[in-house]
Design a protein around this ligand. Sequence first.
Ligand SMILES: [Zn+2]
Ligand SMILES: [Zn+2]
Length: 285
Amino acid sequence: MTSLTADAHVHSEWSWDAGSDPASVGTMDRICARAVRIGLPGIVFTEHLDLDDAWAVEVPSDIGTTAQAYVDERGRVRLPAFDVDGYLEAVDRCRHAYPEMRILTGVEFGQPHLWDAQAAALLGSGAIDRVNGSLHMLPFGDALRTEPTTLYHRTPADDVMWAYLDEIPRMAAGSDSFEVFTHIDFAVRSWPTWDAGPFDARRFEEGFRGAMRALAGSGRALEMNTRRLWPWIPQWWAEEGGRSVTFGSDAHDAETLAANFPEAMAMVESFGFRPGRRPEDFWTR
Ligand SMILES: [Zn+2]
Ligand SMILES: [Zn+2]
């Protein structure tokens, strides 16, 4: 049996979209306990760092029940600040409780090209080992931003997908803070199959390849987000000059930790990527 690689995209109760549920208390500990049970050698707890303060929802049913807790009377999401100190203490407790496993600190930084300056103190403090950069939101109206899932209800699906892909090179060029680009298929998660039919990546191939070229050219790693496995992602990434990848389940609970990792590792290996020395090291080619 091949040993697992580190899960480099995991959320605990210190992420706003998990922590609004009272049942989430103790999630970090449960995740660590399960990691030991399944032989996962490392975890990076990449909690959400979302600094946008005017996220329009407008279609409240679009978002999960956890985010509903933060919707104000105008249909805007106002997120609580990331409790860095509480999070770091919790990581410290887990490092002592589970010494057999490597536990790294991290953030999933949303729209870093817009918020680098505001995050500089935290990210320059040395407390955060890994910065995943995520594009969750696109411009919406004059001053708001919102997620593709909302945009799909009011804009042709292809336009939303192109807007998402076109924003990625801007994010790569506009931020110094993130080293890994997460879930490049984020806008595919909410693709409106009811209206647009099944998602066909080949229709957007030039957009995905252009985004990958920009990320690879800036020396960044691409995350293989294992919620869905798409062979064209590591293939196009390698063809566009991508040198390194990480693996992330994007788990918000213990049950989905390292989901699909054996298949993802085999898939990435077939495109020439190999693990590093430590479990959390990027796989490179
Ligand atoms: Zn994300
Ligand atoms: Zn995430």
